[in-house]
Design a protein around this ligand. Structure first.
Ligand SMILES: [Zn+2]
Ligand SMILES: [Zn+2]
Length: 85
């Protein structure tokens, strides 16, 4: 029986990225404040964790946790160091 480590917030290791996404979304919504819940709901779906591209066709999830996605192998590699536990 191996431990899967449970559920972790996919952005927990990237606080600066989380606020980056939040700022982006707030801008898109015309400056409205987003709560943590709304941010999570919006962030959880599929955005490239590196460039925040929302290109659904190109995105593929992290093979380890499936909590983040990347638009390309390049960005997957780029994030690998930061994202690895
Ligand atoms: Zn990308
Ligand atoms: Zn992962």
């Amino acid at each position: 029986m191996k431990s899967t480590g449970g559920r972790h917030h996919p952005l927990s290791g990237h606080p600066e990225r989380s606020s980056q996404v939040r700022a982006l979304l707030e801008g898109a919504l015309g400056g409205g404040e987003l709560g943590q819940f709304e941010t999570d709901v919006l962030v959880y779906p599929r955005l490239c964790a590196v460039c925040l591209s929302g290109d659904e066709a190109a995105l593929s999830n992290c093979a380890d946790c499936a909590g983040v996605a990347y638009c390309s192998q390049e960005h997957r590699d780029e994030d690998a160091e930061l994202h690895a536990k």
